[in-house]
Write a protein that binds this ligand. Structure first.
Ligand SMILES: Cc1cc2nc3c(=O)[nH]c(=O)nc-3n(C[C@H](O)[C@H](O)[C@H](O)COP(=O)(O)O)c2cc1C
Length: 328
């Protein structure tokens, strides 16, 4: 169990925010696999303020997903505060998270995302401004620093805390590293020791054992899992169980994977319609099928599928074939 301000999470396993992935369809599916907290994909502050239809749709939260953290990004104080106020009053998210880690040039050149990491004073100013205007707890997700010469994780976390931020999630890489190299968990430990607000450790947790090791080594309050949960909500379930009981559960069968993939797909159709959902589901389906025998050919077929019927048939036939091969 851990808490962010007055919000209580049942366990210490958090689904990371992932753009293009963490919409309601995926989040709810992962939630049903036991995640203590799910994070929504980042939403542009300007998109919210200008009432861009897609951005507003991204504020949708199903009651069953809660507790949920909704992330906004931006580089300008006024629009960031305005967007936060809209999330505060119009969405039923529990936590408002500010993105301070996105490394993509399109974002950093607008002074958003990881760009903030260079300036603890700006962090203090921006976070204070948001905190002053909203009721929901405000948190920040960040990287360790801009590059190896500019690692201000401890200063930045302290700035967040003194500005009234209620938790900080830390991905143990610099902006320049993007996703290369290895996440530095030692900096997570340093941040945990430097602040009194909860610290959520993130980066390179690929197994339940990694999650336990991160919590043990860093003292973090919770562990955040991103890429390892793609096509694998069982990773969340297995981690929760492992942390609670020390028991390492089996991996799912091909049929179980396909069934959950289809559940996720049907939910995606519910929020985006068949055409968009089918296109978006291609990458998810490839993730669900990762590691299964003969998946290359099936992936090619999936990439051609245009309808719910076609995609569903391909997946079910494949799972059926794999289970027959196993029996035979
Ligand atoms: C496809 C993808 C999209 C991401 N989008 C976001 C995002 O919207 N906001 C954010 O703070 N981090 C985002 N991240 C970073 C993850 O939240 C996480 O910090 C990173 O993947 C490291 O954790 P991992 O090693 O468990 O994957 C994204 C990562 C991936 C792979």
């Amino acid at each position: 169990m851990f808490k962010i301000d007055n919000i209580t999470m049942n366990n210490r396993v958090v689904l990371a925010p992932m753009a293009g992935v963490c919409n309601s369809a995926f989040r709810l599916t992962v939630k049903e696999f036991g995640a203590g907290l799910v994070c929504a994909e980042m939403v542009s502050d300007k998109g919210i303020v200008l009432e861009n239809e897609r951005s507003l749709q991204m504020l949708y939260v199903d009651e069953r997903e809660k507790p949920l953290s909704l992330q906004i990004f931006g580089g300008n104080k006024d629009t960031l505060v305005e967007a936060a106020k809209i999330v505060d009053t119009k969405s039923n998210a529990d936590v408002i998270d500010i993105n301070m880690g996105c490394p993509v040039p399109k974002i950093t050149k607008c002074d958003a995302g990881a760009k903030w990491l260079l300036d603890p004073d700006k962090i203090y100013e921006m976070v204070s401004a948001v905190v002053a205007e909203v009721e929901k707890p405000v948190t920040v997700k960040m990287r360790t620093g801009w590059d190896e010469k500019h690692i201000y994780a401890v200063e930045n976390a302290k700035a967040i805390e003194s500005a009234g931020g209620k938790a900080v999630s830390l991905h143990g890489r610099t902006r320049v590293q993007m996703y290369e190299g290895v996440a530095d968990w030692d900096i997570i430990k340093q941040v945990k020791e430097a602040v009194n607000i909860p610290v959520i450790g993130n980066g390179d947790v690929t197994t339940p054992q990694d999650a336990k090791r991160m919590l043990d080594e860093t003292g973090a309050d919770a562990v955040m899992i991103g890429r390892a949960a793609l096509g694998d909500p069982w990773m969340i379930y297995r981690t929760v169980r492992y942390l609670e009981t020390g028991e390492l559960l089996e991996q799912p069968t091909a049929l179980e994977k396909v069934e959950v993939c289809l559940l996720h797909y049907n939910r995606l159709i519910g929020i985006k319609g068949e055409v968009v959902a089918t296109r978006e589901m291609r990458k998810h389906a490839a993730w669900y099928l990762k590691g299964l025998r003969g998946n290359g050919l099936v992936r090619n077929m999936i990439n051609e599928a245009e309808t719910k019927e076609a995609l569903t048939d391909i997946l079910l036939n494949y799972a059926q074939r794999l289970s027959e091969e196993k029996v035979g």
